[in-house]
Design a binder for this molecule. Structure first.
Ligand code: NAD
Ligand code: DAU
Length: 337
């Protein structure tokens, strides 16, 4: 049995990872450490909660005593660190918690992992650490890091810290840098779920700037299959880009969502741009494809339709979210624009 500490497993990508991987692997025992921030939701994990190979612990990755206790109690030998403050707009509203969780929290996990001589440590980083591309070119693993937001700079700090633990202590660290994910259980502050839910509620769809910023979209399960491959076969000290070669402008995504839902384009509302808004992200994933044999298996047209259907079918899930604290965030973020 592999005893794995998965952090941030109640969030969007982490919960999809746990639900997926417990079905795929019968030799994984997963301890999910999550502080249940606004983005953490145990409802995402209903299908896993009674699995004997799964244990949830509510707690903060910055709490080194707790992390040490979990390592001892569950004989942890592997770590996959998804836990993070993950939203760029929130990092612009206030950055302190981003550095606390993303940098200090990762440092706590690395230090405890070092003491307990872990066999694998996968740091979930992001393509945002590379900064912004012009109209041409792709991010490779050799692209210099040039993060633009408090969020991406905190992720870059964690990313190179993890690599430094490999160089200095020989710790078996791997780093993944993935592009924009979409799929079930994504918190409706992010572009795709926000636009789906606002469309369903006949609310305006706030498009930053000219709407021509480009993101490279990947279905969350494809990302998680790549994470598992890096976990199983990744070479210590290496970085792996993950992306599905699916570049789209924001406005085209929004128009597609409106079209699928049969809603009018008049819901689109151009608003003030995000400060420091990265223009374009696009991933060269040839390293993970050639070296580890990964390939995305979901096609955008069908996976976006099934994602939209998931939000239609799971109104209760997002109604609970948008009726709470979310309203305060939404007016802070959008009413001043
Ligand atoms: P999310 O915001 O949906 O989930 C983050 C989870 O981390 C939540 O469950 C939250 O409660 C937990 N968390 C936050 N602070 C914590 C702390 N101090 N201690 C313990 N748990 C804590 O984020 P996501 O979109 O699922 O992203 C997961 C990871 O993947 C992040 O590291 C993010 O940087 C990275 N990533 C995300 C994307 C994307 O498109 N969403 C793309 C590439 C990489
Ligand atoms: O690239 C990977 C990153 O993708 C992850 O590391 C982050 O955790 C994740 O949040 C995501 O960051 P983005 O900033 O690209 O995602 P977001 O969904 O916030 O925005 C996507 C694009 O849509 C971006 O160009 C900004 C734009 N946007 C977003 C929102 C929320 C709008 O035009 N209007 C909006 O209301």
């Amino acid at each position: 049995m592999k005893n794995i500490l998965v952090t941030g497993g109640a969030g969007f990508i982490g919960s999809n990872y746990i639900n997926h991987i417990l079905k795929e692997r019968d030799d994984y025992f997963i301890v999910n450490l999550d502080k249940l921030s606004y983005a953490g939701n145990l409802e995402n994990l209903k299908e896993s909660e009674s699995n004997p190979r799964y244990k949830f612990v509510k707690g903060d990755i910055t709490n080194s005593e707790l992390v040490e206790y979990l390592f001892s109690k569950y004989e942890i030998k592997h770590v996959i660190n998804f836990a993070a403050e993950s939203h760029v707009d929130r990092s612009i509203l206030g950055s302190e918690i981003f550095y606390r969780t993303n940098v200090i929290g990762t440092n706590v996990l690395l230090e405890v992992s070092r003491r307990f001589e872990v066999e694998k440590f996968v740091q979930i980083s992001t393509d945002e650490v590379y900064g912004s591309l012009g109209p041409e070119g792709l991010f490779t693993e050799k692209t210099p890091l040039d993060p633009s937001s408090p969020y991406s700079s905190s992720k870059a700090g964690a990313d190179i810290m993890a690599l430094a633990f490999f160089h200095t202590y020989g710790m078996p660290v791997t780093v993944t840098r993935c592009s924009n994910n979409y799929g079930p259980f994504q918190f409706p502050e992010k572009l795709i779920p926000l636009m789906i839910i606002n469309s369903l509620n006949n609310k305006n769809l706030p498009v930053y700037g000219d709407g021509l910023n480009v993101r490279d979209w990947i279905y969350v399960i494809d990302h998680n299959k790549a994470v598992d491959l890096v976990f199983e076969k990744g070479v210590p000290g290496q970085v792996y880009n993950i992306g599905a070669s699916n570049e789209m402008t924001n406005i085209n995504i929004i128009k597609l969502i409106l079209q699928i839902l049969g809603k009018p384009d008049s819901l689109i509302q151009y608003v003030k741009d995000r400060p420091g808004h990265d223009r374009r992200y696009a991933i060269d994933a040839s390293k993970i494809e050639n070296e580890l044999g990964w390939k995305p298996s979901f096609n955008f047209e069908t996976a976006i339709e099934s994602t939209i259907k998931w939000y239609i079918d799971n109104k209760l899930w997002w109604d609970r979210i948008i009726s709470g604290e979310y309203q305060k965030y939404y007016s802070l973020q959008y009413s001043v624009k």
